[in-house]
Design a protein around this ligand. Structure first.
Ligand code: AQP
Length: 413
């Protein structure tokens, strides 16, 4: 008797060069799972067009994305690897899911706010008169909102009366005032950072998590190997499935995340998540020289000013990367040298460059072979499309019937 393998779905955007965060957070797991699960993996180009992009560049990026995941060890004979826009059912199901997704749930998505904030920065930096004018108009509105919030703060001062003659009471009032000031400033900053970005962001970017829910549920996949950054989107996916099932019948499963090798890799800026769009990455196909060049200015423990100052490895992003790419013995030696101030940051980074390069060398070699045989990549994603389409067509038939739409719904007349 053969037992049916459980199904897994995941995707990656062709929004730039795939980096070690994508690899350690997701793709490494993708490859392992092909031995134990029925795996469906997707280059999600419909997601990549939700932010500003160059249509002339996208086909190359989509091809490179497929090539890169195959170079990481993904065998298209052992899974279905395909391009999202080649299976139009993804966008059809998104529209249907839009009708059961509450706006409030989408407004809570932090990735949307982060990406909107980056859009704000770009809008203010642009040289185009129209976009800049809109940006400045939005900024004026935000200014008015800030004036209101400051008015509230004045009201706080009046209400709490910090001029009480009693010292203890004064201290309490001041503590409360500082807390309220913090809250109000937080609200002001949020308006500043998000307000304008939201005005500039596309409806597509806002709807991104619904498209992601459609990607997963089109295949009724109970398991999704993604990085920790996607946990909130998976929560929404569960909510969409639940709401749909309640109204139209039990069609979709509850989806769970499968953890990757690491939760979240922080970028070389030491602050934000490593992201293709933030120029804080090490690409999986970077040469040794490129890895070394990128690591040189990377953020380290800010408390270590001179080479012989004792460092704090646990607070240093370079050490976090060592833990992923260097052996446990090397990590112990590096931690000791850093804490005692005998190993400088430059040497520590050089050792990291060697460890990362050792990991990536076989991936680079496989990528070179595939680049010389592009038809292998194209054949791989066409084979994947056929497998994915078969399931997608079936699910959509079921969904349309349940919702009372589509040609079948009129068959009785
Ligand atoms: N820094 C990271 N650490 C761990 N996992 C990560 N992933 C992404 N960045 C990290 C995981 O990689 C998979 C593919 O990601 P994606 O391309 O679909 O979208 P993303 O998360 O938006 O990736 P980027 O690099 O940040 O792209 P841009 O800049 O275009 O938005 C996902 O499973 C993700 O969790």
């Amino acid at each position: 008797m053969t037992t049916k393998k459980e199904r897994v779905f995941s995707g990656i955007q062709p929004s730039g060069d795939i980096h070690i965060g994508n690899y350690m957070g997701a793709i490494k797991k993708w490859v392992e799972l092909t031995d134990t699960h029925e795996c469906i993996y997707c280059i999600v180009d419909d997601h990549a067009i939700t932010v500003d992009y160059d249509p002339a560049l996208l086909p190359q990026r989509t091809f490179d994305g497929a090539l890169a995941v195959m170079a990481c060890g993904l065998d298209p004979e052992k899974c279905a690897l395909f391009v999202q826009s080649h299976v139009p059912e993804h966008t059809e199901l998104t529209w249907l899911f839009n009708t059961v997704t509450p706006l409030g749930s989408l407004f809570r998505m932090t990735q949307f706010k982060d990406k909107a904030r980056n859009a704000l920065q770009r809008a203010l930096n642009t040289r185009q008169g129209g976009a800049r004018k809109t940006a400045l108009f939005q900024l004026k509105n935000i200014g008015l909102k800030m004036r209101d919030l400051m008015g509230d703060l004045h009201a706080d001062v009046d209400e709490l009366n910090p001029t009480s003659p009693y010292k203890g009471e004064q201290e309490l009032v001041l503590t409360e005032l500082v807390a309220r000031l913090n809250d109000r400033m937080g609200a002001v900053m949020q308006h500043l950072q998000v307000g304008l970005g939201v005005a500039e962001a596309s409806v597509g970017l806002f709807d991104y998590p619904v498209l992601q829910a459609a990607d997963i549920l089109l295949y009724k996949a109970p398991w999704v190997p993604v990085g920790e950054d996607q946990e909130q989107h998976l929560e929404l996916c569960r909510e969409v499935a639940e709401r749909f099932n309640r109204k139209f019948g039990d069609i979709f499963p509850a989806t769970q995340r499968i953890r990757g090798e690491t939760a979240k890799i922080i970028g070389l800026d030491g602050k934000q998540k490593m992201s293709k769009s933030l120029n804080n990455t090490i690409g999986i196909l970077d040469s040794y020289e490129e890895i070394e060049r990128r690591l040189k200015p990377a953020y380290t423990d800010p408390r270590r000013l001179r080479r012989d100052d004792p460092g704090h490895p646990e607070d240093c992003n370079i050490f976090a990367l060592h833990k992923l790419f260097s052996s446990p013995e090397a990590c112990a030696e590096i931690a000791e040298g850093c804490s005692q101030g005998t190993l400088g940051c430059l040497e520590c980074k050089q050792r990291l460059a060697v460890s990362i390069d050792t990991h990536l060398a076989p991936i680079r070699d496989r990528a070179e072979t595939l680049r010389a045989n592009p038809s292998r990549v194209i054949a791989g994603i066409e084979h994947g499309r056929e497998q994915a389409s078969r399931i997608a067509v079936e699910t959509m038939r079921e969904v349309r019937d349940a919702m009372g739409i589509g040609k079948n719904a009129l068959a009785k007349f």
